[in-house]
Design a protein around this ligand. Sequence first.
Ligand code: LHQ
Length: 263
Amino acid sequence: MTFATVRYGTNDGVATVTLNRPEKLNAFTAEMHADLRAALDAAEQDAAVRCVLVTGEGRGFSAGQDLTEVRPPGPGGEIDVGARLESDYNPLVKRLYAFPKLTIAALNGPAAGAAANIAMACDIVIAARSAYIQEAFARIALVPDAGGTWFLPRIIGQKRALALMLTADQVKADELREMGLVYRVFDDAAFADEAAAFARRLAAGPGATYRLIKEAARASVDNDLGAQLDFERDQQRKAGKTRDFLEGVMAFKEKRPPKFEGR
Ligand code: LHQ
């Protein structure tokens, strides 16, 4: 499957979605949003895909919104910066956050502006050592969008989140890992292989249960302990009915690695 601004390929249960405008650090255009939507549709519909790896072509993950892409002014001649959020970014962030399969953002290089926040909407963020995140918005007098003001305080705490958003500093992968935003950092030279291996490992896991785990983690954001315990019980009942649970217990008893089917 080919798109003008996104590469899409599947292998070993992993759909790799590569943002592909390297000459512009993979900055997002309306076309790239449309291509990304189509790639996510393909990954969602393909039963063989259990994990989606989002990464960037070339030396960057993505520089966020393409600042040269001019939106036609509204009827009064004014430019509505919120329109692009409404039409493209907000649906994308909500979709990634609730995506029914595992999503991994693999930061091969800089993730700036909205791209940093799109990465945070994925389940796990991994990074090449030279990669960095930059909440670049304030540098152009904009507010962090694409979920940045929601994700960051929850992941790294209010104080650090505000500092990152107000200074627009570049924060490198090792520091992001210390903050809990990035899960694993790999050397640049090995990054593509390590990211693919990491995704393959998760694609071989119990996909249906992963989905239940995701839903529970997401639900905890709004739940008190009692409500979350109830939610866990209900999710566990569903997990207990999966074929993978039977296989997991059987494999444990037989002292062999489980062979999960993802259902
Ligand atoms: C770019 C971009 C870019 C176009 C690099 N656009 N060409 C949502 C809704 C509606 C409106 C507004 O915004 C949003 C959300 C947002 O995402 S706003 C934030 C947008 N992003 C930024 O402000 C980051 C802009 N980029 C940078 O600050 C730098 O490129 C960083 C620090 C990320 C990387 O710097 P370098 O490694 O030095 O690379 P570079 O700046 O030389 O970029 C390479 C090329 O990519 C260059 O093109 P050129 O033709 O001159 O070689 C850049 O112009 C182009 N590029 N970002 N966002």
